[in-house]
Ligand binder design. Structure first.
Ligand code: MEV
Length: 300
């Protein structure tokens, strides 16, 4: 084999949380879907210390992540990602899962889903301190996932009769998940009732997957509760308002907040109008039919 030939490749999609972020950290359930923007990790043999050769991300935590799953010597690592970083679309969980898959392939190991989950969560902890694990679970499993961190851990695929047409609007600003989770934790004692209401929305959402107008209203309710947690920003609120003005059935921030993206539920017929409005406003937007792995970048 030539020294430049790939030894192993690992791939994983991104994710978007439909309902339940933040509350999921405290044992409430969440509903999240994989999105079809991928991270690919390629490993090559090379002499000397294991190191990054090429990466879409320049984060010092990446190097620690590599050394958690790979031997300290002998590997060059190439990370390509279609996911925007720090936008709540699971870029770090996607890197973690792709890296663990590549490392397992390089070592000739066949890991089950639970082992992949545990190892990728060790990597995710380097990025986010104490993650709930929902991102890793959905990135690993794909599709639409109902998740509760437990113990006992509960992960199941959520059936959906009709794909949910959505538009994902990018605020253009990165949020810091660890900071936003810490902010909620500090105020926890006064936020318990809000976290509980978010958890209850998740169970209602599961029953409303076939009723888009009602699910849209539920997204609005979830956004209002996230505002009460203090994790929204004026930019995220105005993206939600823009989505609703342009025909969305409902919209909410998705992920940790403080930046990142807004998830807008739409009818297929009204989607081009919202995408055009995003383009006029210079807002990057992705279109997807959840849980199909089909997010495509539309604008600008
Ligand atoms: C992660 O995408 C969203 C949060 O719920 C944190 C977590 O679940 O670890 C804010």
């Amino acid at each position: 084999m030539s020294p430049d030939a790939p030894l192993a490749v690992g791939r994983a999609p991104g994710k978007i949380i439909l309902v339940g972020e933040h509350a999921v950290v405290y044992g409430h359930p969440a509903l999240a879907a994989a999105v079809g923007l991928y991270t690919t990790v390629t490993l090559r043999r090379r002499p000397g210390a294991t190191d990054l050769e090429r990466s879409a991300f320049t984060d010092e935590r990446l190097l620690r992540a590599l050394h958690t799953v790979l031997p300290s010597e002998g590997f060059g690592v190439d990370i390509e990602s279609e996911l925007p970083a720090g936008r709540g679309m699971g870029s770090s969980a996607s890197i973690a899962v792709a890296l663990v898959r590549a490392a397992a392939a390089a070592a000739g190991e066949r890991l089950g889903r639970r082992a992949l989950f545990e190892r990728s969560l060790d990597v995710e902890r380097i990025f986010h301190g104490e993650p709930s694990g929902v991102d890793n679970a959905v990135v690993l499993r794909g599709g639409l996932v109902h998740y509760r961190k437990g113990p006992p851990l509960e992960v199941s695929s959520q059936p959906v009769s009709q794909p949910l047409p959505v538009v994902i609007l990018d605020s253009g600003r990165a949020g810091n998940t660890a900071d936003m989770v810490a902010r909620v934790r500090v105020a926890r004692s006064s936020l318990d009732a809000t976290l509980e209401r978010i958890g209850a929305l998740v169970e209602r959402a599961r029953a409303l997957l076939g009723d888009r107008p009602a699910l849209g209203r539920l997204f609005d309710e979830n956004h209002a509760l996230l505002c009460q947690l203090g994790v929204s920003t004026p930019a995220l609120d105005s993206l939600c308002a823009m989505a609703r003005r342009n025909g969305a059935l409902g919209a909410k921030l998705s992920g940790a907040g403080g930046g990142g993206v807004v998830l807008a539920l739409v009818e297929t017929a009204s989607r081009p109008g919202l995408l055009a409005a995003a383009q006029r406003a210079g807002v990057r937007a992705f279109s997807a039919d959840l849980p199909a792995l089909s997010a495509t970048q539309e604008a600008p």
